[in-house]
Design a protein around this ligand. Structure first.
Ligand SMILES: [Zn+2]
Length: 162
C-alpha cells in the first residue's frame, strides 16, 4: 500500500526524473529513506554521458553499501519514479536494502516505450520480485504514473529531435 508519506517521497522522485530529462538523461529519479523516515540520498538517471548503467537505483545500492550497516539497509525504503530494472533489482537485493515503492511499473514502461516507438531495451523487462523475490514492493500510483509517462514522452521527443 502506498500511503500519503510514500506519495510525498514519490513526488520527489518524479521531480528528480524531470531534472534528469532536463540534463539530457532518461526520466528516472530515486530517493533512499531511512527506517525512521529521514531522506539519506537522492539520485537521478545519468546515462546521458554514455554509461548506460548509471541508474539512480544502482547509485543508491552502492551508496548504501558504503555507508549503512546491514540493519540500517534492511530498514530503509527506496522510492523510485519507475520500477527497478533487473540490474538494479539485483544490486538492491545483493546489498540487503529493504522495501521498494515505485510510481510506475516496468510493465507500464514497456507499454509506453512501445507507444512512443522507442528502441527496445537490451535487457528483458522483469518485475522486481522476479529478480529479488524477498523484497517488499508497492506500486504503481496511478496519478504519479501519468506524470512519469509524460516525462517519457518528453524524453522521447527530445531524442527524436537530436
Ligand atoms: Zn536500473
Amino acid at each position: 500500500m502506498i500511503d500519503e508519506r510514500d506519495r510525498r517521497h514519490l513526488e520527489r522522485c518524479v521531480e528528480l526524473a524531470s531534472d534528469a530529462v532536463k540534463a539530457g538523461n532518461e526520466p528516472f529519479g530515486s530517493v533512499l529513506v531511512s527506517g525512521d523516515g529521514a531522506v539519506l540520498f537522492e539520485a537521478f538517471n545519468e546515462v546521458g554521458g554514455g554509461d548506460a548503467t548509471r541508474h539512480p537505483e544502482f547509485a543508491i545500492a552502492r551508496w548504501a553499501a558504503e555507508r549503512l550497516r546491514p540493519d540500517e539497509r534492511a530498514a530503509a525504503t527506496v522510492y523510485t519514479s519507475g520500477e527497478h530494472c533487473p540490474m538494479c533489482s539485483a544490486a538492491h537485493a545483493w546489498v540487503g536494502l529493504g522495501r521498494i515503492a515505485y510510481a510506475s511499473s516496468a510493465a507500464q514502461l514497456g507499454e509506453w516505450q512501445a507507444e512512443l516507438g522507442a528502441a527496445p531495451f537490451p535487457v528483458r523487462s522483469l518485475s522486481i520480485n522476479e529478480i529479488a523475490p524477498k523484497v517488499p514492493v508497492d506500486g504503481p500510483d496511478p496519478a504519479l504514473a501519468n506524470r512519469v509517462r509524460e516525462l517519457h514522452r518528453q524524453a522521447q521527443m527530445a531524442k527524436s529531435r537530436a
